[in-house]
Design a protein around this ligand. Structure first.
Ligand code: ADP
Ligand code: F6P
Length: 471
C-alpha cells in the first residue's frame, strides 16, 4: 500500500458519483461546508483522503484525483444507519446545534459509531507514512484521534470540528460523553470555529476527566493537547474569478429578467436542514406579505434548499413542512406568473451559485445555529459590484467576522421582519460601506489563511502549511 506524509480523514470522499468515461474521477462539490473548504487546499496536494465513497457494500477501487489519493472505507447498510444516520446525524448533530431538534439517544447506535470510527482509524494507520500528519475532520469521527494514537503513536494528529461544540450543560446529556471527549483529545491539536467552543471543552475536560485545562491547552494522560479557534473560510479567489466571468454576469442578468425584473430580490441558499432556520424565515416573510410591507409585484424571494440526509426521519418531515408552507404562501399571495417564493430543491454548479449571489439585493442567512456558514462568505466574495445586503443570524459562526452584516436573532420573528425591512430599505452608500468592510475581511481571511493558521499550529516547522497553501 502506498504511504502518504499527509492524510486527511473525513466522513465523505469528495468524488463524483459518476466517473468520467476514461475512468478518471472528478471532485464532487457535494453541498456542505467541509467539502467546499477542503477543496481549495487539497485539490493540488500530494495527500491521501480516507473517507466513505457513498453507497453501501464493498468499497470501490478509486483512481487518484490529480495528486490526491482516495482511500475508501466500506459501510454496510446497517452501519450507515447506526453510524451516519443514527449517532452522527440524529444524536450528535442536533445536540451540537443547541438541541434545536430533540437529539435521539439510541443505545444500539453507539457500538456501530465506535466500530466505524475504528475502521477509519485503521485505514488511516495503513496509509500514513512514518511520522506523517493525519488531519481528522468533524463530529462523525470524534473517536478517531485517540484510536489512531493507540495504533500509531508516531503520528502528528490534528482534529478540526466544523460544527459548534455545545456548552457543558447540553454536552452533559450525552450518554457516552466521557469516551467522546477522550476520543477527540487523542489529537495533538483540536481546532474549533469559535473560542467559546475551546472554552466549553476545557470546562468539560476539568469536570469529566479531572484534567488541568485552560482555553488553549488541556493536560490529559500525561500529554498536552492544544486547542484553539480557527474560523474556516472559502476560496475567495475562486468565487471572485467566477463572479467576474462575463457569462456569469450575463447569467445573473438573465435570472433577474426571468424573475420579472423585480425591485428587490431576497435570496437564501441552504442545505435542507432544520438548523438553517428556513421555517422561521418563511413565517417572517409570509407575515410581511400579509401585512402589506412587501408586495409580490415588486419583491421576489428565492429559496434554494438542496436535499440533505433524506433517509433521516426529521429531515423528511422538515421537507414536507417547508414545501407545504411554500405552497401555502404562493397560493395565498402569488399571482398568475408571479409566485411570492421561487423554491428550488436542487444542486447548482459553482458558477450558477455565483450568478445567483449576484442577483440578490438581500441575502438572507438565518440559521438557528451554525458552526460557520460558508454561504454568507460566498455571497460577499461574489459581490464584485460592491452592492447587496447580508442579513445574518447572530448564531452563525460567520457573525463574529462579518461586521457589515445586518445581524438578527432568527428565533425572534418580529425582529427578523424588522431587520429584513431595514436591509431592503437601506441606502446604497450604507450598503456599499458595509459590503466593502466584509470584502476586506474575507480577502485577508480566506481558506488558505485558515489552513495555514491551523497547520502551522499543528506542525511548528511550518513545512506542512507551506506544502498545502502555496498559491
Ligand atoms: P453546511 O456545511 O451546514 O452545509 P455551509 O453554508 O457552511 O453549510 O456550506 C454549504 C456549502 O454547500 C456552500 O459551499 C454552498 O455553496 C454549498 N451549497 C449549498 N447549497 C447548494 C446547492 N443547492 N448546490 C450546490 N452547492 C450548494
Ligand atoms: O459542515 C457540516 C457538515 O456535516 C459537513 O461535515 C458535511 O460536509 C456537510 O455538513 C453536509 O452533510 P452530509 O455530509 O451529511 O451530506
Amino acid at each position: 500500500m502506498r504511504q502518504s506524509s499527509l492524510v486527511v480523514i473525513a466522513n465523505r470522499l469528495p468524488l463524483d458519483d459518476n466517473a468520467a468515461p476514461d475512468g478518471a474521477c472528478e471532485w464532487r462539490r457535494s453541498p456542505g461546508g467541509l467539502a467546499s473548504a477542503l477543496h481549495a487546499i487539497l485539490e493540488q496536494s500530494p495527500a491521501t483522503w480516507v473517507g466513505w465513497a457513498g453507497g453501501v457494500g464493498a468499497a470501490p477501487a478509486l483512481p487518484d484525483i490529480g495528486s490526491l489519493r482516495l482511500q475508501p472505507v466500506a459501510l454496510s447498510a446497517e452501519e450507515l444507519r447506526g453510524y451516519y444516520e443514527g449517532f452522527a446525524n440524529s444524536t450528535l448533530w442536533p445536540l451540537y446545534h443547541d438541541a434545536v431538534q430533540q437529539p435521539t439517544f439510541d443505545r444500539g447506535w453507539w457500538e456501530t459509531y465506535r466500530s466505524v470510527n475504528r475502521r477509519f482509524a485503521e485505514a488511516a494507520a495503513q496509509v500514513a507514512d512514518r511520522g506523517a500528519a493525519v488531519w481528522v475532520q468533524d463530529y462523525h469521527l470524534q473517536l478517531v484521534p485517540a484510536m489512531l494514537r493507540e495504533l500509531r503513536p508516531d503520528l502528528l494528529i490534528g482534529f478540526f470540528m466544523h460544527v459548534p461544540f455545545p456548552p457543558p450543560e447540553l454536552y452533559m446529556q450525552l450518554p457516552r460523553r466521557t469516551e467522546l471527549l477522550r476520543g477527540m483529545l487523542g489529537a495533538d491539536l483540536v481546532g474549533f470555529q469559535r473560542e467559546q467552543a475551546a472554552h466549553n471543552v476545557a470546562q468539560l475536560a476539568k469536570k469529566l476527566l479531572g484534567a488541568v485545562a485552560t482555553d488553549d491547552a488541556i493536560t490529559v494522560g500525561g500529554r498536552i493537547v492544544r486547542t484553539g479557534a480557527f474560523p474556516v473560510s472559502i476560496d475567495v479567489a475562486e468565487m471572485r474569478a467566477l463572479a467576474s466571468r462575463p457569462d456569469v454576469v450575463s447569467q445573473a442578468g438573465q435570472l433577474r429578467h426571468s424573475l420579472g425584473e423585480p425591485k428587490r430580490v431576497l435570496l437564501s441558499v441552504d442545505r435542507l436542514d432544520y438548523t438553517k432556520g428556513i421555517e422561521h424565515r418563511l413565517t417572517a416573510y409570509s407575515e410581511l406579505l400579509r401585512d402589506g410591507f412587501v408586495k409580490v409585484r415588486d419583491t421576489v424571494m428565492v429559496q434554494v434548499a438542496v436535499p440533505s440526509r433524506e433517509r433521516v426521519e426529521s429531515y423528511r418531515g422538515l421537507r414536507d413542512r417547508i414545501e407545504g408552507e411554500v405552497g401555502r404562501i404562493n397560493g395565498e399571495y402569488g399571482r398568475v406568473g408571479e409566485p411570492a417564493i421561487h423554491y428550488l430543491n436542487q444542486p447548482f454548479s459553482r458558477s450558477q451559485l455565483a450568478a445567483l449571489y449576484q442577483t440578490a439585493d438581500v441575502m438572507v442567512v438565518t440559521p438557528l445555529r451554525d458552526g460557520m456558514n460558508l454561504v454568507a462568505k460566498e455571497f460577499v466574495a461574489a459581490r464584485e459590484d460592491g452592492a447587496g445586503a447580508l442579513v445574518l443570524s447572530e448564531f452563525a459562526g460567520a457573525a463574529a467576522e462579518l461586521e457589515g452584516a445586518f445581524l438578527v436573532n432568527p428565533h425572534d420573528v418580529d425582529g427578523l421582519k424588522a431587520t429584513l425591512l431595514q436591509a431592503m430599505e437601506a441606502d446604497a452608500a450604507d450598503l456599499a460601506a458595509r459590503m466593502s468592510a466584509m470584502r476586506r475581511h474575507i480577502a485577508e481571511h480566506d481558506i488558505r489563511a485558515w489552513a495555514r493558521a491551523y497547520l502551522t499550529a499543528l506542525d511548528h516547522s511550518g513545512r506542512l502549511a507551506e506544502r498545502l497553501t502555496a498559491p
